[in-house]
Design a protein around this ligand. Structure first.
Ligand code: FNR
Length: 339
């Protein structure tokens, strides 16, 4: 029987050829600091398409220059960035993978020049400047920036959009009681703290019928942070509002680092999938085909996101297939070598 890892997966208007997703990973390689795709990005992502990943996510793409983690981040705030993005989607698709983009704003974790913004003026640590508290108009402008970025992503030919609501970046800062001390309609209760993400999801949904993923940090590892029950509630709202899948990462809201071990974040993907009835992606120290197969066969997640092991080995899907005694076709140019 075909391993679950290599079964196709249909979501909205697309069918992925397998369940292997390249997790978004910043390359800090826009060397001209203009947010544009460079040759590095083309080679880097196309190699993973040749390696047979079903869905490839770009790294976090900033929706405003101020929302970059660093000056070398990928950007999607200006039409000048479209040409490179179009080339990227066209070539990755030519090699048989689907391609998604992660739309992001770094919030208080931005290290760019000039002021930075967040829901409340609380710095991440002593090394990063204190953010300005966002005004209502900053909030509306930023929501618009996410929507405009989504418009560009559609024009550039991306198959999947992912909203980055994890790792302590701007949207996560709204969600968490640790970083959101607002007293207006964007702060206070969980529903209020969700309002920023809710509006972004709804605005993007007005212009996009395709798959919409949201990446969350489903464990904040802090006594007074959001807990799994909060994320189950958030995921139920996201589902109602039009998200198709939550990609369950964790941490990053404070400098505290989680104790990481193989599959350490999978239980969150499993719980949210069961309790919120929303499709999930599992990520985090998933390095073998057998481990990925266990997650899928036990219905703990719908997709498996691979990060660092796909950096180490662009042919990770072929390695995983071998472990599962499955004969996976590689690029036809390599057939002679492998058959
Ligand atoms: C990341 N990660 C990450 N996550 C995200 O949502 N957006 C991003 O842009 C990045 N950038 C990034 C860069 C680099 C170099 C690494 C190693 C990681 C996190 C990544 O997607 C993934 O969730 C983690 O790496 C855990 O998965 P692995 O690496 O254990 O498979």
């Amino acid at each position: 029987m075909k391993p679950a890892l290599f079964t196709s997966y249909s979501i909205k208007n697309i069918t992925l050829k397998n369940r292997i997703v390249m997790s978004p990973m910043c390359m800090y390689s826009c060397f001209n600091q203009d947010g544009e795709i460079t040759d590095w990005h083309l080679y880097h992502y196309i190699t993973r398409a040749m390696g047979q990943a079903g869905l490839i996510f770009t790294e976090a793409a900033a929706v405003t220059p101020q929302g970059r983690i660093s000056h070398e981040d990928l950007g999607i705030w200006d039409d000048s960035q479209l040409e490179g993005l179009k080339k990227l989607t066209r070539t990755v698709k030519e090699y048989g993978s689907h391609i998604g983009i992660q739309l992001a704003h770094a919030g208080r974790k931005a290290t760019v020049d000039g002021p930075i913004i967040a829901p409340s003026p609380i710095p991440f640590n002593d090394d990063i400047k204190t953010p300005d508290e966002m005004s209502e108009s900053d909030i509306h402008e930023t929501i618009k920036a996410f929507k405009n970025a989504a418009k560009r992503a559609i024009e550039a030919g991306f198959d999947v959009l992912e909203i980055h609501a994890a790792h302590g970046y701007l949207i996560n800062e709204f969600l968490s009681p640790l970083t959101n001390h607002r007293t207006d309609s964007y702060g206070g209760s969980l529903k209020n703290r969700y309002r920023f993400l809710e509006t972004i999801i709804k605005e993007v949904r007005k212009i996009w019928n395709g798959p919409l993923f949201v990446r969350i940090s489903a464990n904040e590892y802090e006594e007074y942070g959001n807990k799994i029950e909060d994320f189950i509630q958030l995921a139920s709202w996201m589902k109602q509002d039009g998200a198709d899948l939550v990609d369950c990462s964790s941490g990053g809201i404070t400098p505290k680092r989680p104790h990481a071990f193989p599959g350490f974040q999978v239980p969150n993907a499993e719980t949210i999938r069961k309790k919120a009835g929303l499709s999930t992606g599992a990520v985090g120290l998933i390095t073998s085909g057998i481990q990925a197969e266990e997650i899928l066969q036990n219905e703990r997640a719908d997709l498996v996101f691979i990060g660092r092991d796909l950096l180490r080995n662009p042919y990770w899907p072929l390695k995983a297939a071998k472990e599962l005694n499955y004969s996976l076709e590689g690029p036809k140019q390599y057939d002679r070598g492998w058959k």
